[in-house]
Structures are given as C-alpha cells and as structure tokens.
Design a protein around this ligand. Sequence first.
Ligand code: FAD
Ligand code: NAI
Length: 466
Amino acid sequence: MAYDLIVIGSGPGGYVCAIRAAQLGLKTAVVEKDKTFGGTCLNVGCIPSKALLHASELFEEAGHVFAKMGIGVGTPKLDLPAMMKFKDEGVDGNVKGVAFLFKKNKVDSFQGTGRVAAAGKVEVKGADGKTQVLETKNIVIATGSDVARLRGITIDEKRVVSSTGALTLDKVPQKLLVVGAGVIGLELGSVWRRLGAEVTVVEFLDRILPGMDSEVCRQFQRILEKQGMTFKLATKVTAIDTSGNRLKASVEPAAGGAAETIEADVALVAIGRVPFTDGLGLKEAGVALDNRNRVQVDAHFATNVKGIYAIGDVIAGPMLAHKAEDEGVAVAEILAGQAGHVNYDVIPNVVYTYPEIASVGKSEEELKAAGVAYNTGKFPFTANGRAKVNLQTEGFVKILADARTDRVLGVHIVGPDAGNMIAEAAVAMEFSAASEDIARTCHPHPTRSEALRQAAMAVEGWTMQA
Ligand code: FAD
Ligand code: NAI
C-alpha cells in the first residue's frame, strides 16, 4: 500500500510535519532510527537541557536568594542522580507524548534507518538488519543535525563530551572547560557552574554568542563573569591531552601566538552542529546538497528531485526546534494543496541561561550593515516594579523601530523570563506593528512585560523611567 507521505526523522520538524499532514488527510508514515521519537530536541537537546537548567537554577536560588526572602533552608545539598532522574523522567514523558500523538492522528511509524531508494521509495533497515521498501508519493527528509567535531579531538562522551555527554555526567567536574561560547556552551556551562564546577569558556571569536546583538552580549558576558564564569575570547583550543588524570588542553590566541595549557576534568566541545545525512542515499538519489552539506531546497522546501522535500536542521537557516516545526507545518500544508509559509524574519531566538537572552528580528549591526535608519527604545529592569520587588533586576529591553514608519524591526531582551516575553514581540512583528502599537497596548501591572511596553514608549521618548 502506498503512502501519500513518508517523513524520515521524528524530531520537531518530522513529527510536527507528519501530524499536520495526517490532520489534512494525507496517509502518512514516519521512519525513525532511534528507539524513541522526538529527535535531538526531545531526547538530547531542548528538553533535557531545560530540565537541568531549571533544577540547577532553583539549586542556586535556594543557596543564595532564599535567605534574602526570609526562607531558611540551610545549605542545599545536591543529589545528582536524583536530578538526572528528574531530567530523564521529563524526557520520557515528552517522547511518549509524540508516540501518543502519532497513534491519535493515525500516523504509521517504522523503527529503522531510512534510505531514499529512489523518488517514491524509502528503504527501512531495522536493528535486526532486515530491510523493507515502502512506497510513497512524497518524501520529507527531516534527519536533523549532529555535533560538529574539532579536528584531532576525540569525543568519548565521558571526559571529552558533546552536549549529549554533558547532559549525563555522573559527577560534577571540579573544572569544566567549554570550547565555544555559543548557546550550548553558555547553557550547559551555566548548569555545571551552578552545581559547583569552575567553568572556563574558550571562544574563537572576540565575542560571545556570535550573531546576536552585540550590546546585549556585552552586558550578558559581564553578568556571566559576575556569576563566576571565566572567558578566554579570541582563543582556540588546538589539542586535548587525555593521557593523565586531568585533561590538558592546549590553547593559543586565534590570531596565532604563544600557547598555554588549561587543565580540566571535563571538556565540553560545543562549536556548532552539522546537518545529518549519513546513510540516506541522497547522492545516489541525485538530491543536491549546498556548500555546507545541507539539503538544498527552494522556497517550498522542494529539493531538485520531484517528490522529495526537506526541513529543519538538515536545511539552511537557524538550527532551532520551532523553526523546524514551522517548516514541518508549512511543507505538510503545501503537500495538501494549501499555501504553507514560514516567515523567516520573525523567528525568535532564546538562550535559557540566567538571566535569559531573547531576540526576534534584526540586530543593530544588521540594520547598520543594511543601511536602514532606525530609532531605539530601551528600558532597564532596574526600573521595573515587579523585577525590583523580586530582586531580579538584571538586564534590559531594547526595541529597534524603522525611523520612517516606526515599524518594529527587532526586539532584544536580557533578563529573567525573556524567552516568554519575546513571544509578544513576535506576535506584534507578525502583524507589522509599529512601536507605538506596543506602547499604546495596555499591559498588566505589575509584570515584567511592562518593561517591553516602556521600551516601546522610549522609541518616541515618553517612557516613564524614574
Ligand atoms: P532532529 O531533532 O535532529 O531530529 C532528526 C531525527 O531524525 C532524529 O531522531 C534522528 O534519529 C532521525 N534520523 C536521522 N537520520 C535518519 C535516518 N536515515 N532514518 C531514520 N531516522 C533518521 N532548539 C530550540 O529551539 N530551543 C532549545 O532550547 C534548544 N536546545 C538545544 C539544546 C541542545 C543541547 C541541542 C543539541 C540542541 C538544542 N536545540 C534547541 C536545537 C534543536 O534540538 C534542533 O534545532 C531540532 O531538534 C531540529 O529538529 P529536526 O527535526 O530538524 O531534527
Ligand atoms: P553555536 O553555533 O551556537 O556556537 C558555537 C560557538 O563556538 C561559536 O561562538 C563559535 O564561534 C565557536 N567556535 C567555533 N569553532 C571554535 C573553535 N575551534 N574554538 C573555539 N570556539 C569555536 O553552536 P552550539 O552552541 O554548539 O549549538 C549548536 C546549535 O544548537 C545552535 O545552532 C543552536 O541554534 C542550537 N541550540 C539552540 C539552543 C536554544 O535555542 N536555546 C540551545 C542549544 C543549542
């Protein structure tokens, strides 16, 4: 029996695509090589990392903030196996949720490695080595991404770890070396610092979080340094000697110069991720990749081979779960004859540290580079009543609006709960709001969201900042 659609990969791109396609009446199946559904995000990415970020944040609060609010709990004790169990149970609940949704929406699932045998044919090889060929009108490749590796450095997931190993360490390292000051390095570096590790972050570039607004990142770096993280910017790790009890990492200035050694118990390599297409048979099927090995697609997610589409981390664009999900919905709608579409100008980006960093739209650097004239409105959380009373005053909100039309072009937030706050800015931008629209929208008091409103008021200079 032939399917209308077979999706290869059950991450946020693949599972959302399959469910939406089934809702729209397409006979749909998913092929997943791992034991559980949900891909990187649910198994070894967004979900387990957020569980550990949450638990470690409360651990730190219990140790440092509770007493200031009159709550005496003594010095909190870490039970790492119990914390890991809490994380694993969270993952389990989420992956089971996907299996439930497949059943509910009548999506068939096949466990095994999928290979594009030809347009219209997917070969599935099970763990027992047996293969079967499924027939389908359309194929969506949603095979995601894998850890990028450093030449000459082997990841053993015990002492030299990727994010996957950093989510399952069985003891808190005394010294943690993080290679890469990107999202993973700062999130998982924060987790282990809060639990007691001394964390040094080595970053090749002269700034943290490349691509995000540099004013935001400068302030954020100062906050992380105050929390006890050490940064070595414009520096590269050239080798890690694993022969002794302690790791010895050779580091040198990115521009060249004298090398030094940093000792550590664990090194986390977090220098980015690469598209995953191993064993998919794309070359044989004639599917074109771009110069960074991503599956090349047009504006409708179609590859150069008729009936084969691709979405998520395996194609160009930010490697984010919600971007993959939106592409999954869009391609399912396109295949069902509707007008699926993703607005790439409004994809929020959140770093779930404490405080959080959240942004949507353009940064100041991008607007300057494009020669767009803009006005800026800023508001610090030190002037927000709720932030003050809760002792959470780090950070600010910044709104960038077109100088001519006042249309909001970018919003950048440093502060606790910034990830939730940015959704309001995303909705406003989807509706092409002006900063004045946000400024004149009644916001509940006392909330942190008032800082966003005040920043919008500041664009035209009528903020009520003390
Ligand atoms: P994936 O989630 O990678 O799923 C691909 C699936 O395809 C996998 O299950 C894989 O086993 C399967 N597969 C691959 N090849 C085959 C094959 N041949 N046959 C069958 N199955 C196959 N993003 C956010 O937006 N927010 C976050 O907070 C966040 N946190 C993250 C934290 C970490 C530590 C990491 C590593 C990533 C994080 N991300 C986060 C990124 C997010 O996980 C990815 O952007 C997202 O998972 C991409 O979804 P996807 O569906 O494209 O691919
Ligand atoms: P990243 O691309 O965010 O950061 C990698 C960092 O490593 C960059 O700052 C880069 O300059 C640096 N780097 C590269 N090579 C280096 C070298 N040789 N030495 C030192 N530094 C080097 O990648 P990261 O943190 O690995 O995350 C991978 C992906 O996962 C990201 O694209 C991100 O989108 C996604 N992710 C998203 C999260 C979220 O949305 N909260 C959380 C975690 C991951």
